[in-house]
Design a binder for this molecule. Structure first.
Ligand code: PEP
Length: 247
């Protein structure tokens, strides 16, 4: 039985005052029955770890470099995230792929570095609108899975987030049948590559315009083990509604 996971991605949002949302989330969910992870900007990781002390909320980085250290101005390594108290890192988000030109090979190298630093990885994949309209979605997903995932991983240290690029921050979501088709396909690919035990244990999140109002329907779809949430993770009241739908 896979434990459900609600993950929030604050992206480039949040000053210290935003940590009040963590207090509100703690109050609303003192003992959540699902896993909770939030990825704040790097500047807030340590402070969020303190805000989440004595609560199961875990903290993630939004990216890491593939090297442990070195001359990479502005970058953050996996051991640095771990040292700051993060337990997870999001890798391969479409905004990283677009804004920073990251490809599947980069994502796989970062995943290897993160796993070596004892971080859990949330690896994002998803098709563009053009790819969806050209009926290439499953082919794109297969390529991203093959290229972005390391050969060695476990069900405990790896999460896949299916995020159609055209659904991120747009208010549009695929039909529930389309979500189910992709999640079932990802599951079959994971089982084929990693064996039934690992392949069935890896959690697959849906991401893209998840809100309290659509969460119940999305979470009822087969092989949806939770959500990666952007905009609606910034306000405790919204994220709380999504957590409740998952519980
Ligand atoms: C995301 O950025 O991962 C995301 C899913 O964003 P939103 O929920 O705002 O669509």
């Amino acid at each position: 039985m896979r434990r459900k996971l609600a993950a929030g991605n604050w992206k480039m949002n949040g000053l210290s005052a935003q940590l009040a949302e963590i207090d509100a989330l703690r109050t609303a969910h003192p003992d959540p029955s699902v896993d909770l992870v939030i990825a704040p900007p790097a500047t807030l990781i340590s402070a969020m770890v303190v805000s989440a002390a004595d609560h199961p909320l875990q903290v993630a980085g939004q990216d890491c470099h593939a090297s442990e250290s070195g001359p990479h101005t502005g970058d953050i390594s996996a051991p640095m995230l771990k040292d700051a108290g993060a337990s997870h890192v999001i890798l391969g988000h479409s905004e990283r792929r677009t804004d920073h030109g990251e490809d599947d090979e980069d994502v796989r190298a970062k995943a290897r570095a993160a796993l070596a630093a004892d971080l859990k990885v949330i690896i994002c994949i998803g098709e563009s609108l053009e790819e969806r309209e050209a009926a290439n979605t499953l082919e794109i997903i297969a390529g991203q899975l093959a290229g972005s995932l390391p050969d060695i991983l476990t069900a405990e240290n790896t999460v896949i987030a299916y995020e159609p690029i055209w659904a991120i921050g747009t208010g549009k979501i695929p039909t529930l049948d389309q979500i189910g088709e992709v999640h079932d396909y990802i599951r079959s690919k994971l089982e084929a590559r990693y064996g039934a035990g690992v392949g069935r244990g890896i959690r697959i999140l849906y991401g893209g315009s998840v809100k309290p109002s659509n969460a119940d329907d999305i979470f009822a779809v087969s092989n949806v083990d939770g959500a990666l949430v952007g905009g609606a993770s910034l306000k405790a009241a919204d994220f709380s509604g999504i957590i409740t739908a998952l519980e």
